[in-house]
Design a protein around this ligand. Structure first.
Ligand SMILES: [Mn+2]
Length: 686
């Protein structure tokens, strides 16, 4: 209303100015005529020559005065009359507009409230009382009625929309701030209209609930299980697997189709699938309980794609989730949605694949790529260990044997392979071949092949800059898949079932049709890699591990000499014993030890201490925490029953189900210990 009045006044002022200038014109014209008339009359009196023309002059003078007076009086009168008429007309129009705005506001179908900038209610319409208690609301603060409305939100901007829910209804709040004058003071008022969008929200939710969730499931170990099951039971075993999946799918009111012999495509409606998410893929455990005299349990991996724009995208996401599940060792479900990946299950160990087809295919491809490349650079992970080093020198030999120039990108000053590296550097080809970042960058050309080994995380490699610059990348790794997997590789050989990267390379090497073979140093380095990652052929050791070791033994590796490489000096041994002496047992079968002294090879001591804690009877898993600067490093080990990877992933770490680690920045050891205990409780006892 105020604005309207203001506009009216403005129009009136304009009209007034217009009419005033009209009156001024009339006055000037009138006065000029009167003065001219009087002047000419006076002139006639003084004219001496009196003739009969003088009479005309007198008549004209009088006429001029009369006309001047007429214009003066008539013009002003006419203008004033017209002005009043116009004013009346404008008043009539503005009254009409004001009345119709008023009635429109009063009859507005949505609730409207006008408040002051502190939230005090000034005015509201009938509909507004429908959404709150119909009491007298004038002068009450709107934030008392609706605590979730923040009036500040509407002050900062002139025009604001905000979602708002009350009493089961959904609204879109449209706030508009206006300034107004009253008795020459300025006021700010905010009008808020409540547009009811409950129906839109309901329809949108309905649409979301009906979205299709795409699952792709695969039996991890179809061949292995059937081989370990009496032939007469094959039929019932497969029947049981399908029934198990069928019952699970039925619980989510979805449907499935089997394709190939061990794969399933399953579709659900989003709302129903939430129930299955809530029970955390119990089908993973149900399927493992199938007993048709199979010596190893059937395990299932499921990849789920949901929340995408369309079903095609969901399908694509389901396949990449499945790849992630398999990359982490299978026997788990991975859900990929707009929020990223989430993981379910995976409490058992991965099962070794007995087929070597993949190793043979990889060997062939790798040979082709080496032959096509101008030169090859091999790079392991930061803080190079025996596995990373063994893999690097093994591949170094393979490349050199094919007549190509090879280099290993490695920091000679920061690694954990001191003794064996010193031996390698005695040979001139390694002394020249092992290069630091500066040199490696100059060697990197358009056709250079970069082989990344023993890690698949871009942030973990020895020199991330080198990886960024490289055009052709091959990836060889055995770690369970984590999220920052190096993408866009020309070839990826990722085998989470393998004990070590050294085992994988020893295998690939045998398929490379290499007559020159490995030198003793390289065979020993590869053997050391396997020895390290399996803790002396104990953990994660499959039949293929021994086959690779047998090949290396044939090359002349002396196991006693290797064992000697793994012995500790006296100070390390004492430090390790100190850590172990602090051990406490948590929840009956988890050994936890804390180390607060700082030493130069602390990381190594911590890892070894965690290994040794598994030698205590009844202990299933061990964790050692150590303070380094302002961060706490945690090393986790397991015999297989407890998945330490899943525990330490909760703290931002990663690794394998039996060997994992984590680093907590800016924290104390006691807080880290508390967080670790929470993570253990969450994973094992929920
Ligand atoms: Mn390794």
């Amino acid at each position: 209303m105020e604005i309207n009045k203001k506009a009216n006044n403005k129009v009136k002022k304009l009209v007034r100015n217009e009419f005033n200038s009209n009156i001024q014109t009339y006055i000037i014209c009138g006065v000029v005529l009167v003065v001219l008339g009087i002047f000419s009359f006076l002139c006639t009196l003084n004219i001496s020559a009196r003739n009969h023309y003088i009479i005309y002059l007198v008549i004209m003078s009088i006429a001029s005065v009369v006309a001047g007076l007429g214009i003066l009086v008539g013009g002003i009168y006419h203008s004033i009359c017209k002005r009043e008429l116009f004013k009346k007309h404008i008043d009539e129009i503005s009254f009409g507009v004001e009345a119709s705005v008023k009635s429109a506001l009063l009859g507005f179908p949505d609730p409207i409230v006008i408040v002051e900038t502190d939230g005090t209610i000034q005015w509201y319409n009938q509909e507004f009382t429908d959404i709150c208690e119909p009491d007298e609301l004038h002068g009450i603060n709107i934030q008392e009625i609706f605590p979730s409305i923040r009036i500040v939100d509407f002050i900062d901007d002139d025009s604001v929309t905000k979602p708002f829910s009350y009493n089961g209804r959904d609204f879109m709040l449209m706030g508009k701030k206006t300034r107004t004058e009253y008795e020459s003071a300025e006021y700010e008022l905010i009008s808020i209209s409540f547009v009811d969008i409950s129906e839109v929200t309901r329809l949108r939710n309905q649409l979301d609930e009906k979205q299709t969730v795409v699952c792709t499931a695969i039996i991890d170990n179809y061949d292995e299980v059937l081989r370990e099951t009496p032939t007469s039971n094959h039929g019932v075993l497969i029947g049981d697997v399908e029934r198990c999946i069928g019952i699970w799918v039925e619980r989510g009111e979805g449907f499935y189709r089997k394709y190939e012999r061990d794969k399933f495509i399953i579709l659900f409606e989003s709302a129903k699938f939430d129930l299955l998410l809530a029970e955390k893929f119990s089908v993973l455990n149900e399927i493992k309980e199938i007993d048709q005299q199979n010596k190893i349990p059937v395990t299932l991996s499921i990849g789920v794609g949901m929340d995408a724009e369309d079903i095609k995208e969901n399908d694509r996401m389901s396949l990449s989730a499945l790849e992630m599940a398999l990359g982490r060792g299978g026997d788990q479900a991975v859900v990929k949605s707009a929020d990223g990946y989430s993981f379910y299950g995976a409490k058992s160990l991965g099962v070794e694949k007995t087929t070597k087809v993949k190793a043979r295919v990889v060997a062939k491809n790798l040979c082709n790529m080496i032959d096509k490349a101008s030169n090859v650079i091999i790079m392991g992970h930061r803080g190079c260990d025996f596995d990373s080093f063994g893999t690097s020198v093994g591949l170094f030999r393979a490349v050199v044997n094919r007549g190509k120039k090879a280099n290993i990108a490695l920091d000679r000053n920061h690694n954990n392979v001191g003794v064996i590296l010193k031996e390698a550097l005695i040979h001139s080809e390694y002394n020249e071949g092992i290069v630091s970042l500066d040199k490696a960058v100059t060697l990197l050309g358009m056709n250079t092949l970069l082989i990344v080994v023993d890690t698949h995380r871009a942030g973990m490699v020895e020199y991330p800059e080198l990886l960024e610059k490289a055009k052709n990348v091959v990836l060889i790794d055995h770690h369970r898949r984590s999220e920052d997997f190096i993408e866009d590789t020309a070839l990826t050989y990722h085998e989470p079932y393998a004990s070590s990267a050294s085992e994988m390379v020893a295998e690939v090497f045998q398929y490379m049709e290499d007559e020159k073979g490995l030198s003793l140093l390289e065979a020993e380095a590869l053997y050391c890699g396997i020895y390290l990652d399996t803790k002396g052929f104990t953990f994660k050791t499959g039949a293929r591990t021994f086959e690779a070791a047998a090949y290396l033994r044939k090359m002349g590796v002396d196991p006693v000499r290797v064992h000697k490489l793994f012995r500790n000096d006296i100070s390390t041994y004492i430090q390790k014993s100190n850590i172990i002496s602090n051990t406490k047992i948590y929840r009956g079968n988890i050994a936890m030890a804390v180390c607060e002294s700082v030493s130069k090879n602390l990381q190594l001591v911590v890892a070894q201490a965690a290994d040794d804690l598994l030698d205590i009877s009844n202990v299933e898993a061990s964790f050692v925490l150590a303070l380094v600067g302002n961060k706490v490093i945690i090393s986790g080990r397991s015999l297989g029953g407890i998945n330490v990877q899943v525990v330490l992933e909760k703290l931002g770490g990663g690794g394998h189900s039996t060997i994992a680690g984590a680093q907590l920045e800016n924290t104390s050891i006691s807080i880290a210990e508390l967080k670790l205990k929470n993570a253990i409780d969450e994973v094992l006892f929920d």
